[in-house]
Design a protein around this ligand. Sequence first.
Ligand SMILES: [Zn+2]
Length: 324
Amino acid sequence: MERTPISIIIDDPAPLIHVYREHAGGNKCNALGEPLKDRVPTDFLEEFCDTVEHFGICGKFTIVPMPGCLGDIVNGIEGCDQTEVERWLRIANDRLSPYFDFCPEMLTHHYAVDLENGGFLEENEELWSRHQTRATLTPYITRALELLKAAGIRPTGVSSPWGFGARVEKDYSAAIADAFKAVFDLDKSWYFCRFKTGVPNTRPTVSHRENGLQTVAIACTCNDVFWQSIDSERTDPDYLNAIADQLISADGLRGQIIDCLENGSYPVILTHWQSMFSNGRRTGLAALREVGRRVDTLLGDRVRWTKFSSLMDMAIAEDNYHPL
Ligand SMILES: [Zn+2]
């Protein structure tokens, strides 16, 4: 029997910067009242890579090019040693490339960049996106791709900070195609901006096709069950198992991954760098290891971990075309 693709979205990583903290409102604390850590150290990336390699977990991995409006990954980030930024990028590129496709998540995951005059606008990137068009989104995405390219990273798609682009998705998907053609001479690319948890038969679709260029929309079908670990002191095995259970129970009979397999959807799990990091406790990453172990031992004959570029290629090969 053909095995169903399973994939994971890692939104919000950037070298060293805890992107979630930068755009967090108020006093920048979690629900326990602990200050959110201002750095996510490189050894956490290395621990994530160990997990990915051990279980063969595949999907897509964001690298925010101008994290938190603190500079950029090529020319330097405020308060960060550029040698360490480059070491982080090299580890991500070398160790994750076999398993993950890279993408920007627009430029800052914070305030929108003023491309014409420099500096930042008053709106965050999502609010800004709501009144943009193909003509203004294309240079914005182009800038993000150029920064990753200059840093030696080769993205194949884009992710959307918050709901970036969802309200102008037709223009957004066309702009993604135009930007990838301009920067990498690629005729196909993918993007993630939709949540379709519980929606039967959710599979990647070609959402834009024009002059030989195609864009594939890939929605998530499983929620970020790891997020809760940001706001909890617990790291005990019962807690890790309870998180993993929401995706796949210990007997392999229940959970959001199983729901997807039963309703005709590809399991595409959403999570975030901050959900893996758990404000330094790394509880989310430990729970991901339990999910990886369960998928491996209980679903080995039903699913195969799949990169986003492969999901894209499948949608194109199957001609799963649903224009916006
Ligand atoms: Zn995000």
